[in-house]
Design a protein around this ligand. Structure first.
Ligand code: AMP
Length: 128
């Protein structure tokens, strides 16, 4: 069930539980403000999720309410991961689903990073 992109924050969501160490993840990278791990149901050869450590529901919430340090920490993490995994030359795609129309399922903001082969058209056609 897609989630609304706005509050309140649900502390039982799966990424909150990963951040608390209650369930495992395949960690790729971590800094003061961000954690990155492999998506459990990869949609590309490499599919990594980068999430803020703070309690932010969606891009709408994060962009409005996160501190400059949190925003820098998350965005720099995305670029750093792509660089250290060798994705810069061939290229990659980043994507964030925000709210119901985008089909956001986990109500903790996350950026998807896809890489490893040509990724096809930007959007799948859907019935809308
Ligand atoms: P979204 O539809 O943008 O909210 O994306 C949620 C993503 O989280 C999906 O790609 C899921 O495969 C992924 N996901 C859900 N649970 C886990 C988990 N425990 N570990 C890693 N990825 C997960």
């Amino acid at each position: 069930m897609p989630v609304k992109g706005l509050g309140p924050y649900d502390d039982t969501n799966i990424f909150a539980r990963i951040l608390r160490g209650e369930i495992p993840c395949r960690k790729v990278y971590e800094n003061d403000h961000a954690l990155a791990f492999h998506d459990i149901n990869p949609q590309a050869a490499s599919h990594i999720l980068i999430i803020p450590k703070g309690r932010h529901i969606s891009f709408a919430d994060f962009s409005a309410n996160a501190s400059d340090a949190e925003i820098a920490g998350l965005i720099r993490a995305v670029g750093h991961i792509a660089r250290i995994l060798g994705f810069d030359d061939a290229g990659y795609r980043i994507l964030a689903n925000m709210g119901e129309h985008a089909g956001q399922e986990v109500p903790h903001f996350h950026i998807h990073l896809f890489a490893g082969h040509p990724l096809g058209p930007m959007l799948a056609r859907s019935a809308g």
